[in-house]
Design a protein around this ligand. Structure first.
Ligand SMILES: [Zn+2]
Length: 291
């Protein structure tokens, strides 16, 4: 009986290490569904959806180049690229890459897209080490290889209030920390058919299973960070709100109505308030449960 070739043996070792972790991640999150591609679409003015059916990625197209916010799981890089091209844009015109949170399901494609577009990656202070470590420094997923992603280095570390301006579009970064230490909400005002719309790309305030706020907190200050995030998000008054998961703002329903209504189908200030209130109630319940 011949021995197993060394490369094969080490691959097997990697698989054995990885599979239980992947199973854990899949049990916690339905990652298969997150990989399903979907038709890209224009939401309003220069704002386009180029993500998968569940995981959002937004392309803000301007005459001076484009801005991409977020980027789904690593395996979806090709699908995101195809969506950008299908809308009539060129990858090499993507000049700026932004994130809302450094988790594998939202920044998985960044390393590939950064290399392919040569766009500048701007990351909120607090998330740059998480991105550079490919998730290995995550306060929850550090030892979950299935939740790791190709590491990527920020070209610029930004801070609360930072503005990104390109081709007549101005985006402002708001630090809404907790979900990750540098979770970021982006706001802008765009025009569609002569009407102005305030648009918010919300940073997540979701609480992943295992997060601790009170006893032995997941990181020092996490409770205060989440409270700050809710304060900031409650102060915003978007006409259109967009989130990292399409289900959080009913992309499917709004997409269907947009076929006849256009951008107004996405105007949903009440939906924003409701989603925020639900998320805050869940957070407060979890904090109370720890006391
Ligand atoms: Zn997350």
């Amino acid at each position: 009986m011949g021995g197993m070739p060394r490369a094969c043996a080490s691959l097997l070792a990697v698989l054995l290490l990885t599979i239980p972790a992947l199973a854990t991640v899949r049990a916690q999150f339905d990652t298969q569904a997150w990989l399903v591609p979907t038709e890209p679409l224009r939401i309003a003015g220069p704002v386009h959806y180029v993500g998968t059916r569940e995981l959002a990625a937004y392309l803000i197209a301007t005459p001076a180049g484009h801005i991409l916010i977020d980027g789904a799981l690593p395996a979806s890089a090709g699908d995101l690229e195809r969506s950008i091209v299908a809308l009539g844009f060129r990858l090499e015109d993507v000049k700026v890459l932004l994130t809302t949170q450094a988790h594998f399901d939202h920044v998985g494609t960044l390393a590939q897209l950064k290399a392919r577009t040569r766009g500048r990656l701007l990351v909120m202070d607090g998330d740059q080490t998480l991105l550079a470590s490919g998730g290995a420094t995550d306060y929850l997923f550090a030892t979950t290889p299935g939740a790791h992603f190709p590491p990527v280095t920020a070209d610029e570390v930004i801070h609360d209030g930072h503005r990104v301006t390109l081709g007549g579009v101005s985006l402002q970064a708001h630090l809404t920390p907790g979900h990750t230490p540098g979770t970021t909400t982006w706001t802008t005002t765009i025009a569609d058919h002569g009407k102005a719309y305030r648009v918010v790309f919300t940073g997540s305030t979701g609480v992943n299973s295992g997060t601790r706020f009170v006893k032995d907190p997941s990181y020092p200050g996490i409770l205060q960070d989440y409270r700050k995030a809710f304060r900031v998000l409650e102060s915003l008054q978007p006409d259109i709100f967009l989130a990292a998961h399409s289900g959080q703002f009913d992309l499917a329903g709004k997409r269907a109505r947009a076929a006849t209504e256009g951008a107004t189908a996405f105007v949903d200030p009440d939906g924003y308030r409701r989603a925020l209130a639900t998320s805050k109630a869940t957070f407060e319940r979890l904090v109370d449960a720890e006391r």
